[in-house]
Design a protein around this ligand. Structure first.
Ligand SMILES: NC(=O)c1ccc[n+]([C@@H]2O[C@H](COP(=O)([O-])OP(=O)(O)OC[C@H]3O[C@@H](n4cnc5c(N)ncnc54)[C@H](O)[C@@H]3O)[C@@H](O)[C@H]2O)c1
Length: 335
């Protein structure tokens, strides 16, 4: 099997250091960890970060020769031939890093979410990677979680009937966390947003917090509701269908599926059946590993990844219109 050569630009939390938090032990939460897990298919050979400590930690923990660790990512790209690249710098820099990287003959790029902070840059990243025939995966890692994938399958199989609405709860920050919510909601119900109406709940010039309503294709209504507490890991989604309800709670720690059945309490009515816990087993394999595997498969087979650039672009477009709506008395804006 061909071995690809991978590098990472930005060596912070999601690139490297999440794996060393004791609470995350037992699974892989980083790009570096995922590349190393897939060592039979890919070699992690280089990294770049402005911060010397981050570089040192990366070299030590990942056993990378310090000659292949760069402070200037342009030098890394010029000096080290790579097939796969992870872009893990803060979001405002995704665009410039991807543009520079596309000067070299890469096969695949993983860009962290959100893909960019405006639709112009997001669209250009998608178009340029297409022009250069470089596969683009945007790391919305929930698309690779067993639980979210199972819920999507249930919905696609019609197990909750026709979807009426999807209600998503998040902490705060529409770009940082709201983008995860929008991406996951579209993934689960397999529909596209068509319009949005929003209002601001926390003002912040870099990443405000919004609540609002989304109109999806097929007349499905979506609602996004923050708790305004960034310190919380609060991420819940409720899907309401004509024949049942699915509750994904506490970031998929609990997933409940209730069917709508004839009531034994109220004549002529239906009500939710007692809890049917859908998932009794959990996969230990990391979603980061599955994402990197998806990129490799996408490169090998010339297909599209589960978490594509086009859908990541749609999330930025939705956020942009939501911000416009919030600035205009919650007026409805079409995408
Ligand atoms: N998919 C997820 O679940 C997830 C989780 C966390 C973060 N993220 C995303 O990943 C990205 C990075 O977030 P993070 O939390 O790892 O940030 P971080 O601050 O921990 O790491 C970013 C690193 O990039 C480096 N950097 C900044 N500018 C650089 C440059 N020009 N050249 C080289 N290095 C540079 C910084 O020194 C820092 O070490 C963001 O886009 C964020 O939204 C995604």
């Amino acid at each position: 099997m061909k071995k690809y050569r991978a590098g990472i630009i930005g060596l912070g939390q999601v690139a490297n250091t999440f794996d060393f938090e004791k609470e995350r032990a037992g699974s892989i939460w980083t790009h570096a960890g995922a590349y190393q897990f897939l060592a039979d298919q890919v070699s992690l050979v280089a990294g770049a970060d402005l911060d010397e400590q981050k570089r040192t930690l990366f070299c030590q923990k990942r056993d990378i020769n310090s000659a292949f660790c760069f402070s200037d990512y342009c030098q890394m790209l010029a000096q080290v031939p790579l097939d796969l690249l992870s872009v893990c710098v803060p979001t405002p820099y995704h665009y410039e890093v991807v543009k520079e990287a596309l000067k070299y003959p890469l096969k695949g790029i993983i860009v962290e979410k959100p893909i960019a902070l405006n639709t112009e840059q997001a669209q250009e990243i998608v178009s340029l990677t297409e022009q250069h025939k470089v596969k683009l995966l945007v790391m919305y890692n929930r698309r690779y979680w067993y639980e979210y994938q199972q819920v999507r399958q249930l919905i696609l199989a019609g197990k909750v009937g026709k979807i009426i609405s999807v209600v998503g709860f998040y902490t705060s920050q529409i770009f940082n966390i709201g983008s995860h919510l929008f991406n996951t909601m579209s993934f689960l119900i397999n529909e596209k947003p068509q319009w949005v109406s929003a209002h601001q709940t926390i003002a912040d010039e870099h990443d405000p917090t919004l609540a609002g309503t989304i109109g999806y294709s097929n007349n499905i209504m979506g609602y996004f509701i923050p708790n305004n507490q960034r310190r919380d890991a609060f991420f819940d989604i409720k899907i309401i269908g004509t024949d049942g309800v699915i509750d994904i709670r506490s970031n998929a720690r609990f997933v409940e599926w209730h069917e709508m059945i004839p009531s034994d309490r109220y004549a002529g009515y239906r009500e939710l059946a007692p809890l049917e816990s859908v998932f009794t087993t959990r996969e230990t394999n990391s979603h980061f590993v599955k994402a990197v595997q998806d990129l490799i498969t996408t490169v090998d087979t010339n297909t599209s990844p589960i978490s594509s650039g086009q859908e990541a672009f749609s999330d930025v477009l939705l956020i942009e219109k939501a911000l416009l709506s919030a600035a205009n008395n919650s007026q409805k804006f079409f995408l």
